[in-house]
Every structure is written in structure tokens, then in C-alpha cells.
Design a binder for this molecule. Sequence first.
Ligand code: GLN
Length: 437
Amino acid sequence: MARGLLEFPEKGETVDAQTFPTNRVGSSVRHRGYATQPPLERFLSDCHAEFKSDNSGAVADYIPQLKQANPAHFGISLVTIDGHVYETGDSGVEFTIQSVSKAFVFALALELVGEERVAATIGVEPSGEAFNSIRLTNDNKPFNPMVNAGAIACSGLIHQVDGPAAFERVREKLSQFAGRELGVDDAVHASEAQTGNRNRAIAWLLRNYSVLDDNVDAVLDTYFRQCAILVTARDLAVMAATLANRGVNPLTGVKVITPHIVARTLSVMTSSGMYDYAGEWIYRVGIPAKSGVGGGIVAALPSQMGLGTFSPNLDSHGNSVRGLKVCEALSARFDLHMLNRSADVRTCIIADYDILGISSRRSRQPHEQQILDERHSDIRVIELRAPVAVAHLEPAASALTMPDMQRRTQRGTVVARGGLAIRFSHRRCAGATPART
Ligand code: GLN
């Protein structure tokens, strides 16, 4: 690769993520020869080769067992929403999920107790502080579910529903996101349970403001255990791809969570997923993400792909040094910043023609065919590219110059001229094709 991986592509050289190959559903490809590697896979190998020499940062040591982590470990995996798995390096090595779990447990809390109860308990404002900050909002709520206070409050909500089975519920949900049964690192769990006095302080503060009920120790244990769930970089990529795929795991096809909850989860990941680096992150990378002190990062780009990285050396914010670099490089190289989208509503019309010479599979009576042949120029076919978003309505409608009729009906907006009518279904707009009338 001629240019550094962290450099932006030159003008006109953008590789759009939509050009990801799509012909090997569910396949997993590892370390093939450079020349035969698909571009994305080659890019990940290049990232691995370039960033593995960066030994800056340090493994987390405030949970004693995490000091055992091997700082040389470095794994990257990327999963597209159509189920391609790309992986390189130590993508199959297990480590504890830690705070990456917060995004998925927040989704679970929303599913279990509903949006209103979650909103009454936890805010959604970035705290601008470290993940283990003991400060609450002015109305004594955790700032957001991506910092420890908010995550412990989430565990509290799940505990209110499931009692002692709360952890099992969490493990099952995360396993569905990952598409495999996830285990727990008992040594890390015990180590954090023994030394987690700061989290204990946070939990008791939450108890003081009635954010938690009486069972503080049980809630904390659910939280500590959730942080000790074992995942690989590949698991994280699948979990992120499930978010990117509107809640459906692209490998198992299981509908894990609703699209509505996915949008809420990605929102808090966007604003608060990288702790006090969140602003910088959204500015530079522009992909909803969440990191953990075990060295993992998940990043989910809606409708495209999920990324999982693992490298235990952390920077001062608690984010994996190499993982951060991979995300930055991927975003820059493939132009993935979510606010820099190229899909343009004006390109939704891909063809516009009358029906002269167009054959149809329907068999018609000779007199019908005669009418079509004679009146071919009265009939117009406009082909729209799917998915059609609400913003496409206007350009498509104005293609029908001076429509004879344009009215909203209960089922959608109908635009008609002469022999043509298109119904844009309101219900299915923002992700659906126009209905034929
Ligand atoms: N279990 C860790 C803690 O509560 C998780 C922190 C993190 O990954 N940022 O301190």
C-alpha cells in the first residue's frame, strides 16, 4: 500500500463500501496470497501488518486479572450484512467483553422494560467524563448507558424483571448477537468482584437515589459477570453486523432485536460509546462504536457492516490503541463516515421509457396487444432503484411532468399521469420499493 493507512484517499479515488464483494455468503476467508486477496481482506491484513508494531498504551491493570492479557494479541474481523466474514490476526482469541457489553445490554433493557422505563432511569447525554466517573446528572440519573453508572442501572432494570436469572438472560442475548454460545471468564469475574470498589460506590450512589432497588450486590454481580463474558474479535464483528443489519444476525438469520431498538442503541454508541473520546471519534471516524478495557472495540455501520477488533493495549481513555487505528483507517480508506454518504436522491430514477418493443410475460388478446402497440407512447415506465426512501418521493414525482393527479390516500401518495400511476406506500417508505398500482 503506497500511502499510509491513516491517510484519506485522494480525490476521485474513493472506494465506496457498497463495492464490497457479495458473492460468498457466509464464507470465512483467512490469509490468502496477497495477489488473490479481495481488496477488503487485503486492507485488513495491511492494517494488521502496519499497526501491530505499535506497542504504545498499556493493558488495563485495575482489574488484576486483566494484567494477564498478552499485549501482542491483535485480531481484526469485519462482517458484512450479507454474511461475509473477513478476519485477520488473532481474530479467534477470546478475551473479556467488558464495556462493549454495555451497548447490547442497553438494547436488552429496552426490549425487556420498554423505552419509557429506561428513559426514566438513565439519560442519553454524553458525560464527557471517564467511563468510571461517579458523577450523576443534576436529576441524579446516570448520564448514559455507555458509562459504568448507566450500565449498572441497566443491569438493575434487567434484575427487576428476571431476578437471579438476570445474568443468564444477558448471556443468552449476547450469544444471539454473536451467533454462538458465549462463556464467561470466571477468573476475571472473581477478580473484578473482589476489587471493584469504585463500581460498588457507583452502585450505592444509585441506590441512594432509588435508581437501584435493595439488591445492590446482586445487580453488581450481574454487571461484573456480564463484563467477564468471553468473545473474540470475530464475535464482536458479528454482533456489530447484527446491529448494522437492523437487528437480524447476518450469519444465523435470527431476529435478535427490533430495528427501533437498534436505532436507539446506535444513537448512544454514537454520542457516548468511546467515553471522553466520543466527540473526537465521531469527528474522525463517524461510525457508531463501543470499546472495552479488555481491548475490544465494536463498530457498526448501518446497512453495511460490523467491525470487531481486539488488542489489549489501551490509551488514556481506555480505548484500544490499535483498534482505534484500524477503525480510523477503515473509515478513511473506504469513506465510511456516516455523515459523508454518497447516495443521492436524484439518482433514484434509473430508467424512464415508453413501452414500445417491451415484451411482457402476460399473454394478451390480439385486440389488447393492438391497443398497446398503437398507444405505446401514452404509457411510461419509470424504474426506481430500491430501497426507496422518503426523500426519493419528490424527484420521482417531478419526473412525471405536470402530473394529472397527485394525492395522498390512506395507503400512500398516488402520482398519476395518463396511463401511469405509482403508489408510494407511506408505511414502507424509508427502506422499501414503491408499490405498483
Ligand atoms: N468491568 C469494567 C469496569 O466496570 C468495564 C470498564 C470498561 O470496559 N471500560 O470497570
